[in-house]
Design a protein around this ligand. Structure first.
Ligand code: IPM
Ligand code: MN
Length: 347
C-alpha cells in the first residue's frame, strides 16, 4: 500500500533540502506517492495568500506533509507564517511538536569536551496555544500611546495532553522529564501548567519529574546537556530552547521536527527546524540533514518504523563518514549529501 504525502517545499532553501529528503525516501522503496503543492511566498505574490482558501480540502486524503521552509524577505514574516505553518498547526490541532536533539557522531559540537554520548534530548513542544494562540490586538495606531497586546493562552486540556505525551516519552526513554516554565515571574498560565504537571507526575512513578525555570534550563543545556532526557515546554519556550538545542547538536541544519496530533488519524507535518535561509538559497549548500531526519519522523508517523530506522542509520553513517555540508565542517553540496545517503541505503 502506498502512502500519500504532500510536499510543500516552500521558500528559500526549502526546495533544495526537501529534494534530498524525497530522494532518500524513494530509495527506501516504501511506496510513497508525492504530490507537490506550490504554496509559499511565490504563491502569495500570485494569489494574495500563502495557501489556497480551501487548503484543508486540498490536504484531505494525505497522511503527511513534508515541508521545507516558509519565509521570504518580500513578505512580512507574521503574514507568511500566520498564513501557512502557524495556521496549519492551529487549524489541524497538531498540538505536539517533537524535536529530537541528538548530536550524531561525526558532527562537530560547539560545546567543549562534549560528544554524542552527552547530547540526546527529546523536546516536546506544545504547538497550538501558549504565546502562539494568536490572541491580542493593536490600538491607538501611530499615536505615542500605541498599544500592542499579545496574550498567552494556557488551557488545562492543552497542558494536560502535551504533558501526558511528554511523561509517556520519558517513560520509554531514560525516565527523566524536565518541564520548563517561568512561574516565578508569570502567575497564571505557567502556574496552571506546573499544577497539571505535578498531578500527572503521580501517574508516572517511573519518571523523575522536575520543574525548572526556563532561563536556568537554557544555562543547563550548555553546562550539562547530559543531565537532560525529555524536555517539555510551551510553544514559545520550546521554540527558543530548540534553536539552542539545534546549536548544540551541530547547527540549525541538523534539527528535525514533527507536528502531530498523537492518538488521532490527523495528518502530520514534518519539517526541518531551520528557516528558509535566504542568504544561502539557490547555492545548493544548505544542509539537508534536518529535512532527511524529518522524513525519518514522517516514516514513523506513516507506520514504517523499519524504513525510518534504515534512513536514520544511513543519515548517521553519512554524518560520521562524510560527505558533510560546510555548516558541519565539510565542503559538500546538499545533493552530494543526499546522494551519499542513497548510496548508503543501497550498500
Ligand atoms: C519553528 C519556527 C516557527 C516557530 C516560525 C517560523 C513561526 O521558528 O518551527 O521553530 O516559531 O514555530
Ligand atoms: Mn523556531
Amino acid at each position: 500500500m502506498s502512502h500519500r504525502v504532500a510536499v510543500v517545499a516552500g521558500d528559500g532553501v526549502g526546495p533544495e533540502v526537501v529534494a534530498e529528503a524525497v530522494k532518500a525516501v524513494d530509495a527506501l522503496g516504501v511506496g510513497v506517492e508525492w504530490t507537490e503543492l506550490p504554496w509559499g511566498s511565490a504563491w502569495y505574490h500570485e494569489h494574495g495568500r500563502m495557501m489556497p482558501e480551501d487548503w484543508e480540502e486540498e490536504l484531505r486524503g494525505f497522511q503527511a506533509v513534508l515541508l521545507g521552509a516558509i519565509g521570504d524577505p518580500s513578505v512580512p514574516d507574521h503574514v507568511s507564517l500566520w498564513g501557512s505553518i502557524l495556521e496549519l498547526r492551529q487549524r489541524l490541532d497538531l498540538w505536539a511538536n517533537l524535536r529530537p536533539c541528538r548530536l550524531l557522531p561525526g558532527i562537530p559540537c560547539p560545546l567543549a569536551g562534549r560528544g554524542p554520548e552527552d547530547i540526546d534530548i527529546l523536546f516536546v513542544r506544545e504547538n497550538t496555544e501558549g504565546e502562539y494562540a494568536g490572541v491580542g490586538g493593536r490600538s491607538h495606531r501611530g499615536l505615542p500611546g500605541e498599544v500592542g497586546i499579545e496574550v498567552s493562552v494556557f488551557t488545562r486540556a492543552g497542558c494536560e495532553r502535551v504533558l501526558r505525551l511528554a511523561f509517556e516519552c520519558a517513560a520509554q526513554r531514560r525516565g527523566i522529564l524536565t518541564s520548563a516554565t517561568k512561574s516565578n515571574a508569570s502567575r497564571f498560565g505557567y502556574v496552571l501548567w506546573d499544577e497539571v504537571a505535578a498531578e500527572l507526575a503521580t501517574e508516572f512513578p517511573s519518571v523523575r519529574y522536575e520543574r525548572v525555570l526556563v532561563d536556568a534550563l537554557a544555562a543547563r543545556m550548555v553546562r550539562s546537556p547530559d543531565s537532560l532526557d525529555v524536555v517539555v515546554a510551551s510553544n514559545l519556550f520550546a521554540d527558543i530552547l530548540t534553536d539552542l538545542g539545534a546549536a548544540i547538536q551541530g547547527g540549525m541544519g541538523m534539527a528535525a521536527s514533527a507536528n502531530i496530533a498523537p492518538g488521532t488519524s490527523e495528518i502530520g507535518i514534518f519539517e526541518p527546524v531551520h528557516g528558509s535561509a535566504p542568504d544561502i538559497a539557490g547555492q545548493g549548500i544548505a544542509n539537508p540533514a534536518g529535512a532527511i531526519w524529518s522524513a525519518v519522523l514522517m516514516l514513523e508517523h506513516l507506520g514504517e518504523p523499519e524504513a525510518a530506522a534504515r534512513l536514520l542509520d544511513a543519515l548517521e553513517a553519512v554524518c560520521s563518514e562524510g560527505p558533510r555540508t560546510r555548516d558541519v565542517g565539510g565542503t559538500a553540496t546538499a545533493r552530494e549529501v543526499g546522494d551519499a545517503v542513497v548510496a548508503s541505503l543501497r550498500a
